[in-house]
Design a protein around this ligand. Structure first.
Ligand SMILES: NC(=O)c1ccc[n+]([C@@H]2O[C@H](COP(=O)([O-])OP(=O)(O)OC[C@H]3O[C@@H](n4cnc5c(N)ncnc54)[C@H](OP(=O)(O)O)[C@@H]3O)[C@@H](O)[C@H]2O)c1
Length: 177
């Protein structure tokens, strides 16, 4: 049942020194608005580094965080908006149950370490990849396959659905946001 959403530059880079280097560009702002629109009201599942790099829980969404380190200070959960798991598979099982019970969606949002595990272990109903125009000398890269089409001067929002014919690697462009 799970969904995945990520933004990358034209090298497949996800971040540099813990930050999104395109954050303050027009493309970055557009992607943030898109990310918010897609995930709002749903659940977001992330690795500890991603939570730490955001420095806060994402409001209006159930935040599910995975860390093996029991020494981390628990995020200040408000209204049950956060769950922490020490095992990604337990987190995914919880997320799938939550999706069934609530009829809402859970998006795995990264980072690369968590994607590496989940892309190996799970099939995603839907993957959404934003390709940000440009090359940002990132140090963390998306470990899955990427669309071949490259953006020119604005971000391209791609979607790949499990319901596509088997082995169809097509990424469809989501119409302008
Ligand atoms: N461009 C984008 O769309 C996007 C999206 C998300 C994140 N990011 C960037 O990605 C970077 C973080 O990525 P990352 O690869 O360094 O880290 P990450 O995947 O966010 O977090 C890694 C940590 O999560 C925990 N973890 C991961 N897999 C686990 C598993 N199978 N079971 C239990 N715990 C597990 C571990 O935490 P402990 O070490 O605490 O045990 C691990 O060290 C940040 O810079 C962020 O800005 C970019």
């Amino acid at each position: 049942m799970s969904h995945l959403i990520v933004a990358v530059d034209q090298d497949g880079g996800m971040s540099r020194q813990g930050q999104l280097p395109w954050q303050h560009t027009d493309a970055g702002r557009k992607d943030m608005a898109y990310f918010k629109q897609v995930t709002m009201g749903h659940a977001v599942l992330m690795g500890w580094h991603t939570y730490r790099s955001m420095g806060r829980l994402l409001p209006g969404r159930l935040n599910i965080i995975v860390t093996r380190n029991h020494g981390h200070e628990a995020p200040p959960a408000v209204d049950g908006s956060c769950r922490v798991f020490d095992d990604a598979d337990a987190a995914m099982a919880f997320a799938r149950q939550w999706e069934t019970q609530t009829h809402r969606r859970c998006y795995v949002i990264g980072g690369a370490d968590l994607f590496r595990h989940c892309l190996r272990a799970y099939t995603f109903v839907e993957k959404r990849i934003t390709v940000i125009p440009g090359y940002y000398s990132c140090d963390t890269f998306y470990p899955g396959t990427l669309p071949k089409e490259q953006p020119l001067d604005k971000p391209l929002f791609f979607i790949q659905r499990e319901s596509q014919p088997p082995h169809d690697p097509t990424w469809n462009v989501v119409p302008e946001q």
